[in-house]
Design a protein around this ligand. Sequence first.
Ligand code: F6P
Length: 357
Amino acid sequence: MKRIGMLTSGGDCQALNAAMRGVVKTLDNAKEDVEIYGFLDGYRGLIYGDFRMLTGGDFSGILTKGGTILGTSRTPFKTIKDPDENGLDKVEAMKQNYYKLKLDCLVILGGNGTHKTANLLREEGLNVVTLPKTIDNDLWGTDMTFGFQSAVNIATEAIDCIHTTAASHGRVFIVEVMGHKVGWLTLNAGMASGADIILIPEIPYDIDKVIEKIEERDRKGSRFTIIAVAEGAISKEDAKLSKKEYKKKMENYPYPSVSYEVAAKIQEKTGREVRVTVPGHTQRGGSPCPYDRVFASRLGAEAGKLILDGQYGFMVGYKNREIVRVPLDEVAGKLKYLSPDATIVQEAKLLGISFGD
Ligand code: F6P
């Protein structure tokens, strides 16, 4: 008999349920006798002992279901060692609940912050297996995270829809794509939808270069320009600021987000009509795409195998088209940026896409 705690933490994404189902199906298929303790709303559930016993039935019919059947919340790593408002030691509370329930291991699904806490729990002696989720695809140690491809599909569809209206009106359209501090999602959705300009955090932009591209398109007779802007995109001037200076600048930032700043600058310098669309959390919502259903199931199957083998302290990742086991301490605390020298960036440039650099 294995007693397994499971939780999903951080921002949700598509295929969380598919991944959990993959773990449970694998254990079930191996005729392993298991008890599953589903902690509710991420680490919060583990801290406060808020859980629900889950049976096979809970995992049936959820392959295609978006969100997470366990609920999630953000429990920032930087305050995890601080006592809560009632003085509770959160790390100690998680350990106590783990031991009280006599768990054999925790299966933790999450992104960057989640992995830092998962690694801390491992260091504290708990058995942990993790699965890499996030639409941002910024998790170290894996070429891809689940949720990413589904979000690419949604952001692509958003830009596709903008294309027709942009063409009718001859306007400049900006679509702001999520992705936190990295440009994976924007680059992929931008390329998939034929964006003319793609601005990502890893390649700071020069607004004059952005305008050059718009004017080049004008000269060639294109009536419109589509710009995919990552929510973390940054101008060359801002990229030169120290962390402190940048923080100060952002305190008095007059725009709702970077896309509106880019729009205002284009409008100011060219007099062109610019519109901004922000698909926002739609990118994390809805049913996982077929790719993510398969991918998350494969990752879940390997996590199940790790549990069967009694191998803990790993994230199940994906490297060179293979599912792999990555030691948690190699993953925690590192972001996977998109290199400006990556071949995909070079190929995008060959296609004539401008990065505003
Ligand atoms: O990490 C996933 C993500 O959707 C990012 O792309 C985005 O920056 C952030 O979460 C939004 O967070 P929240 O849902 O807390 O607003």
